[in-house]
Design a protein around this ligand. Structure first.
Ligand SMILES: Nc1ncnc2c1ncn2[C@@H]1O[C@H](COP(=O)(O)OP(=O)(O)OP(=O)(O)O)[C@@H](O)[C@H]1O
Length: 268
């Protein structure tokens, strides 16, 4: 996606500060997310990836800073306007977060009933369409989450995240817990959906394969801010010890070689 940066960013995070008690998580963090891009967000455990996601989607009010979405500062809006904007976000949490007492179809239909007031039948019909988009078989809709495999739960949760036709998908470690084939399939699904629906994707991940397979840019959380946000090649060549270890340690080298990026410095 070479044209990504030619348009103004869809989301602009500026001067974000998050702290819990005396623990400072983000210190004047800046980040841009562009239309149509898949942005991978990486960083050590506890570096604040999930807190960043939660701050952007409005689940956590940051201690300072601004989050501008579609040109409006989310934090300054009244709750009605804010909730309208937040409906343009689709969110997939780490554990899927489906309601266990509802079938898959009912889970996906719920936001359609709650947020846009569809009748139950219409909502469930639309839910079946979303289900098909994520590659789940028709029969899966009538099942309860406990009856599904891990991969199917992720797809069902993704279908629910797509229920309100979002502009941006926020995915928190979507391939965690999937086997490598399941994870690769899920990555491909994300890319297909991005291409078909023109979505932007904010992807928190520890999965290096996902970075190589589907991300247009990678943002690295280090030292309480986005230390670099750029293409894989440029990020992998950045001279920070954590980045060097991440991309050029034993695991990083193996994935780099498998993806055909043996010498990232040379490709810049
Ligand atoms: N509600 C909370 N109350 C107190 N501390 C919190 C809260 N939420 C997050 N934290 C702390 O903020 C820091 C960042 O957490 P976060 O979950 O964003 O990290 P992460 O980068 O997503 O980590 P991981 O890769 O392990 O999921 C951690 O030290 C965590 O303990």
């Amino acid at each position: 996606m070479n044209t990504i940066k030619t348009q103004p960013p869809l989301i602009q995070v500026r001067g974000l500060v998050n702290r819990f008690g005396s623990q400072l998580i983000h210190d004047k963090l800046d980040l841009d997310i562009y239309r149509g891009e898949i942005l991978g967000v990486i960083g050590g455990s506890g570096s604040g990836k999930s807190v960043l996601l939660r701050s952007i989607v409005g689940l956590r009010r940051p201690n300072a800073g601004s989050v501008e979405v579609f040109g409006e500062n989310l934090l300054a809006l009244d709750s009605k306007r804010r909730s309208q904007l937040e409906q343009r976000f689709g969110i997939l949490f780490q554990r899927g977060a489906l309601f266990s007492s509802l079938t898959v179809t009912e889970n996906i239909a719920l936001p359609l009933i709650e947020h846009i007031g569809l009748e139950r039948n219409d909502a469930e019909h639309l839910a079946e369409v979303k289900l098909a988009l994520t590659g789940l078989p028709r029969g899966a809709g009538g099942k309860y989450p406990s009856e599904l495999s891990g991969g199917m739960i992720k797809r069902a949760a993704l279908a629910r995240a797509l229920a309100l036709d979002p502009d941006i998908l926020f995915l928190d470690e979507p391939t965690a817990g999937l086997d490598p084939i399941g994870a690769a399939d899920f990555d491909q699904l994300i890319m297909t959906l991005r291409d078909a629906l023109g979505l932007s994707v904010f992807l928190v991940t520890h999965d290096m394969d996902s970075l190589y397979a589907i991300c247009d840019r990678i943002a690295v959380l280090l030292e309480k801010r986005v230390w670099i946000a750029d293409t894989l090649e440029r990020v992998a060549a950045a001279e920070h010890p954590w980045i060097q270890e991440y991309f050029h340690g034993p695991r990083g080298r193996a994935v780099l070689a498998a993806a055909g990026f043996d010498h990232p410095m040379e490709s810049i």
